[in-house]
Each structure stands twice: as structure tokens, then as C-alpha cells.
Design a protein around this ligand. Sequence first.
Ligand code: ADP
Ligand code: MG
Ligand code: MG
Length: 249
Amino acid sequence: MLSIKGLCAKVEEKDILKGLSLEIKPGEVHAIMGPNGSGKSTLGNILSGRPGYEATAGSVTFNEHDLLEMDTEERAREGLFLAFQYPVEIPGVSNMEFLKASVDAKRKHKGLPELSSVDFMKLARETSKRVNLDASFLKRGVNEGFSGGEKKRNEIMQMMLLEPQLCILDETDSGLDIDALQVVADGVNAMRDGQRSFIVVTHYQRLLDYIIPDYVHVLAGGRIVKSGDKSLALELEAKGYGWIENEVA
Ligand code: ADP
Ligand code: MG
Ligand code: MG
């Protein structure tokens, strides 16, 4: 589904990713861990096409398309979804309008008609219940004044509505209390269907007790320096990252 080969990327004239390679097949969950500042969010930003993040070498293929040649909207329509570490607030645009526009754009791409307001409302209400977010949040500005946990629940709700093929969760667990963490994990697990894939960036092994990954990778110095199964996350929790950096050196 996703094939990253020798990816190099820079931000603000600074080289961040230095030859990163990663292969993701349908249905797989890949966890990415690694020290602060190693380039985890940069990877998510490059994959979603965020302005200011520039790929300088290597290739990224998503469902046979050259991802780096696609604009942000095309990537989303093609089924890529990124839940940000810091979800943006869009005051003045209601969450409902925003979600409906996203869902309608996706449906249009598939050749399906727009949902009626009544049908969308029904779907949005059901989905907000699944993430324990009161339906009143649908009327508020996008993320406007939402708490950290509410923003993350809102992101999971958006993800559920859009039914993406590849979901990237960038530290969706950071700053969450145990109940919100459970909501995020339940949301992801409910969406695992053997076809949809996930990249879960996390600092904490704890999330991986709930979302069991197929692979765990360590990103350090702009590259994947070690890969393993879920036991690698436990080893990192116990030993930190220093030993891997030594091993690589
Ligand atoms: P991680 O998510 O692994 O903690 P990031 O990808 O956020 O790491 O950051 C990697 C490096 O790139 C850091 O040194 C960070 O300061 C730098 N960086 C990321 N985004 C920007 C930006 N927009 N402007 C300047 N530097 C950035
Ligand atoms: Mg960070
Ligand atoms: Mg980050």
C-alpha cells in the first residue's frame, strides 16, 4: 500500500529525514517510536503534503501513485489521513460543516452523491457517540476551545467518517487521560478490518497495550534504525533509546 524508499526531507533548510525506508501492506499496523526531534512528525507532514516540508530524495508510492507528486487534497481523496500531534482550530467553520464537506469530497471522488443534511446529521451523531463526544461539539467551531482530549476524540471521529485506507496517528495519545486513550484505541481497533493500515507514532508503550502493532520501528537521526515486533516497544520502555544509538554507531 505504502512504499517509502530512501526518503530524505528538509524543513527550513535543515535536513531531517536522511534515507528513510518503510513498507506497509494492507491491514498492517506499524508503530513508530524514537527520541524527541528524530523526525517522526516530519515524516507525517511529508506524507500528508504539508507546506514547508520538502522531500529532497527518495520515493514514496501510495497505491501505485507517486505520492510526492500529489497535492494535499488528492492524497486525502486517495485515502490518506493524518491525525496531527497538535490538531488545528478553525474558528468560524462549524465542525459539522467541515466534516460534511470532507465526507462529500470523498464521496464525490468515489462517484457517490452528496449525503443529505439529515442523513449526514444522523451519521455524525452516531459517530460522535462512538468516540464519547457530545453531539453539541458538532455545532462548535472546528476544535475551537476543545480540550486536548476533545481534539483527539474529534480527530478519531473525523477518521471514522472518512474511512481512510491509511491512517497516520501522530502522538494521538500524548496528554490523554486513560479514558481518552481507551477511546482512541477502541476507535482504531474498530477500524481495523484487514485492509486498512495504520502508522501510529507514539512515545509511550502504553498505547501499544491497546493497539497491538504488527511492527515497531525506531526512528533516530532521520532513519529507521531498528525494527521488531511489539516486544521491541517493551524493550524500549525498559532500556530507553541510548543502546540503539550505540548499536547504530
Ligand atoms: P519528532 O516528531 O520526532 O519529535 P520532528 O519531526 O517534529 O521530530 O522534528 C525533527 C526536527 O525538525 C527537529 O529538530 C525540529 O526542530 C525540526 N523541525 C520540524 N518542523 C520544523 C519547522 N516547521 N521549522 C523548523 N524546524 C522544524
Ligand atoms: Mg516530538
Ligand atoms: Mg513529533
